[in-house]
Design a protein around this ligand. Structure first.
Ligand SMILES: [Mn+2]
Length: 229
């Protein structure tokens, strides 16, 4: 679970490519595109910029499809006022990236903003309050307790290790009382809130534990992004 400095450098580069891909998508995504078209833009960007493959099947979930934790890109056309959930990553030089961001098409409905703000608060607290020496279950609780305090919860772990595989130990879940997070471990923090058949929001960074603190390898904004392309 502990990475060498050389491995961390490779993970940083894979995350940087995911950030670049995200910025490209922000510039390209338009109302009228299908989820599959956006997923192809993501996958091709990675392959055209040195990645050997995507690290998992790219998720582009628009409108009600964002309400599933893991949706498969479909022929659904992206509409005005849609939430678009992106979850994407690549394999670069043998190491994986994994990042989730949400885009809002044209306008943010008040309900979406309310939920986004809760998930953002939970994700940010998860990154800022995780310290070396904590148990995985304690880290899970930081984000989850904030979401619970607003009356919601979610059915997946807050995070997982990332390295040669996109999902590695430790799992950052309520059940994992054994694994302690130490310096040079790389984990994701990815809380979400989902309303099945309506919409969902998840925000995820891959982060490295350095000098006792979690530092996100993904640097793109987690503020609300409204697309007006
Ligand atoms: Mn993940």
């Amino acid at each position: 679970m502990i990475k060498t400095n050389e491995e961390i450098e490779k993970l940083k580069k894979a995350s940087k490519l995911a950030d670049d891909c995200y910025n490209y998508i922000v510039s390209q995504i338009k109302i009228g595109m299908t989820e599959k078209e956006v997923a192809s833009l993501i996958d091709n960007y990675f392959l055209d910029h040195g990645a050997t493959k995507v690290s998992f099947e790219t998720i582009v979930g628009s409108g009600p499809n964002s309400g599933a934790i893991h949706s498969t890109p479909s022929d659904r056309v992206i509409n005005y006022e849609d939430v678009v959930q992106l979850d994407f990553g690549c394999v670069l030089d043998g190491y994986c990236s994994d990042c989730s961001r949400v885009l809002f098409m044209g306008r943010v409905k008040p309900k979406y903003k309310e939920i986004y703000d809760i998930v953002y608060e939970a994700q940010k607290a998860g990154v800022e309050n995780t310290k070396a020496g904590m148990k995985a279950c304690e880290i899970d609780a930081i984000s989850r307790d904030i979401i619970k305090s607003h009356g919601y919860d979610f059915k997946h772990a807050v995070g997982h290790g990332v390295g040669i595989e996109v999902h590695e130990d430790p799992t950052i879940s309520p059940k994992n009382e054994n694994d302690i997070i130490e310096n040079n471990m790389v984990i994701t923090i990815e809380p979400g809130i989902y309303f099945e058949g309506e919409f969902g929001i998840r925000i995820e960074d891959t982060c490295v534990m350095i000098n006792g603190k979690l530092e996100p390898l993904n640097k793109t904004t987690k503020e609300i992004v409204i697309i007006n392309n």
